[in-house]
Design a protein around this ligand. Structure first.
Ligand code: 5AD
Ligand code: SF4
Ligand code: FES
Length: 338
């Protein structure tokens, strides 16, 4: 471990937040030129065959109104975002067999075609066999998000209802070796976690070598087995953001919707601590209210274009500048060419 990382860890543990925040903001400005990049999110299906204990759309929650977007609805969301200037789209869904690799590949190709090859496409569709990742890459997908959620192996197996951390890490390895710009991340404040877990989460994100690292506060959902877990205050997620930025200077770090849902200025506070991405939600309004991984999710009545207007003001208030650049990953490509 480098001295810089050791020093950041000490500051995190000692609660020297002002120092970490200043360092993190300076790094973000230096690496990304004071810009905060937009990614248009499309939540294409809330069916999921997994049963993660923390998640509101887990298989065993019978109270979810399940939906699948049609290809036309997905394309319409992309078209409206593209016309507004977005140059990155993220397709996210539960692990849903109806969106098999064939269908996802055809969507990927369709989106790349209608955005004239100049928008980046990110997938967030869960664990798949390596050959399926290769097929999606071949179809034109550029990036893939798969959070590891927690670095504690026993907690991971428990919270993900039997899926091991090793399986998750294998999938991340498969994604990197297939040539994806690869993102992962974790929740902050899962029940059973300690300060050591948070430090290990940040270290694991660094060790994997990630283009994107998404983190956000865990928010207990009332229709899940974790409904009585305590809500950890947003501050821990904010402190962790600054620590993460110092340890992973070149990773894209989103100011997440979960942070904005737990605290009115949660996203702005993440940007002040080094986050450099925001993800306006382009999912049609009728559908997005049913994609509730956690309660209190914001932006349910607004469409993605309204959110872009809102985000431009919010970003401005932090002293950073909103950017439509597609802003590719800076980390994995370097590893491959090294
Ligand atoms: N609170 C906060 N984040 C959650 N996620 C899932 N459930 C919750 C929750 N209850 C996060 C997970 C997942 C991402 C899409 O949303 O980290 O990877
Ligand atoms: Fe499915 Fe993801 Fe929710 Fe787990 S966190 S149940 S994989 S949507
Ligand atoms: Fe969606 Fe503010 S970002 S309403």
């Amino acid at each position: 471990m480098s001295d810089a990382v050791r020093a950041a860890e000490l500051k995190f543990r000692q609660g020297r937040d002002a120092e970490l925040t200043a360092e993190a903001a300076a790094i973000s400005r230096r690496v990304f030129g004071g810009k905060v990049f937009l990614r248009g999110l499309i939540e294409y299906s809330n069916y999921c065959s997994c049963n993660c204990l923390y998640c509101g759309i887990r298989r065993d929650n019978p109270h979810v109104d399940r939906y699948r977007l049609s290809d036309e609805a997905i394309y319409a969301a992309v078209d409206s975002g593209y016309a507004r200037g977005l140059r990155t789209f993220v397709l996210q869904g539960g692990e849903d067999a109806a969106f098999d690799t064939e269908r996802l590949s055809s969507l990927v190709a369709g989106i790349k075609k209608r955005t004239h090859g100049d928008a980046a496409l990110t997938l967030s569709c869960g664990i798949l066999p390596r050959e399926h990742y290769a097929q999606l890459k071949k179809a034109g997908a550029d990036r893939y998000l798969l959070r590891f959620e927690t670095s504690d192996p026993a907690l991971h197996t428990y919270l993900r209802d039997g899926v091991s951390l090793d399986r998750r890490l294998q999938a991340l390895h498969d994604l990197k070796s297939t040539g994806f710009q690869t993102g992962s991340g974790f929740m902050v404040g899962l029940p059973g976690e300690t300060e050591d877990t948070v430090v290990n989460n940040v270290r694991l994100a660094m060790d994997i070598g990630l283009d994107m690292v998404g983190i956000g506060p865990f928010i207990p959902h009332p229709e899940t087995p974790l409904k009585d877990a305590p809500q950890i205050p947003i501050e821990l997620a904010l402190r962790t953001t600054a620590f993460l930025r110092v340890v992973c200077p070149e990773a894209h770090i989103p100011a997440t919707t979960a942070a904005g849902s737990l605290a009115p200025n949660g996203r702005e506070e993440m940007i002040r601590r080094g986050a450099n991405v925001v993800m306006p939600n382009l999912t049609p309004v009728e559908a997005k209210k049913n994609y509730l991984l956690y309660p209190g999710k914001i932006c349910l009545d607004e469409d993605g274009l309204q959110c872009i207007g809102c985000l431009s003001m919010r970003i401005k208030s932090t002293g950073f500048e909103m950017s439509f650049d597609r802003a590719d990953g800076l980390v994995c490509r370097k590893e491959i060419s090294a």
